[in-house]
Design a protein around this ligand. Structure first.
Ligand code: ADP
Ligand code: MG
Length: 243
């Protein structure tokens, strides 16, 4: 990789995913082309069965495409072996899931520090970085709480802090508001919009049009292909204005 800043965070070209072996192949992604540039906030939407999870697994380096190329921050990752794929995943991507995936016996700050612990970052540096990012997501007052002492919104803020603590190039969220009531969901989308405004690149999978409306760009999947991409749409303020 060169030292210059890539003009795209990710580029998918002709991505296909086929499950099963001949003659029982099931084509699930049928030639997806998507380029996401630094600082974009993209929502990927589509009906159940349209291929969102399959695409998310490829974007998140959890799975490989059957055909096509995937360049993530200048590196072609479509054909990497498991070990190298796992390294890319840990260093370039921060994940946020619907069900938070917090470790129940660890405090908020310990949960946030976990990716740094695995990356062998020294304890003092870990603590300083988790404190800073927890402040950023509005949880500076909850650092020593356990997950079961938090609201759903606070759990998701903790998960967002954990996703960002490694300074990933891409924040990848899978139905991040799926387990939250509408008020908390709006609160989390406000946080996402602030992160976007501060320059983060975000790709979010959602089936909720109200949530998708917060993103600056919506890509619609239908039957494993891109059926719409409003790259030029302005983000809508209204979806988050509920108190
Ligand atoms: P979504 O997340 O949009 O609901 P998915 O990516 O989960 O869509 O699934 C897209 C299609 O691929 C569905 O028709 C599903 O049945 C099929 N599919 C998903 N995973 C597999 C698999 N491992 N083997 C065969 N078909 C699969
Ligand atoms: Mg799905």
């Amino acid at each position: 990789m060169s030292g210059s800043t890539p003009t795209s965070v990710l580029e998918l070209h002709g991505i296909e995913k086929v499950y099963g072996e001949p003659p029982h192949e099931v084509p699930v992604l049928r030639g997806i082309d998507i380029v996401v540039r630094p600082g974009e906030f993209v929502a990927i939407v589509g009906a159940s069965g349209s291929g969102k999870s399959t695409l998310l697994n490829i974007l998140g380096c959890l799975d490989r495409p059957t055909r096509g190329s995937y360049v993530l921050v200048g590196e072609d990752v479509a054909r990497l072996d498991d070990q190298r794929l796992s390294h890319v995943r840990k260093t370039k991507i921060g994940f946020v899931f619907q069900s938070f995936h917090l470790v129940s016996h660890l405090t908020v700050e310990e949960n946030v520090e976990l990716p740094l612990f695995y990356a062998r970052v020294p304890r003092k540096v870990r603590r300083a970085r988790s404190a800073a990012i927890l402040q950023r997501v509005g949880l500076g007052h909850r650092t020593t709480h356990l997950p079961n002492q938090l609201s759903g919104g606070e759990c998701q803020r903790t998960a967002v802090a954990r996703a960002l603590v490694t300074e990933p190039s891409l924040l990848l969220a899978d139905e991040p508001t799926g387990n939250l009531d509408s008020r908390t969901s709006a609160e989390i989308m406000r946080l996402f919009r602030e992160l976007h405004q501060s320059g983060r690149t975000i790709v979010m999978i959602t089936h909720d049009p109200g949530v998708a409306a917060v993103a600056g760009r919506r890509i619609t999947l239908r039957d494993g292909a891109v059926a719409g991409d409003d790259a030029s749409a302005a983000p809508q303020e209204a979806a988050c204005s509920e108190s």
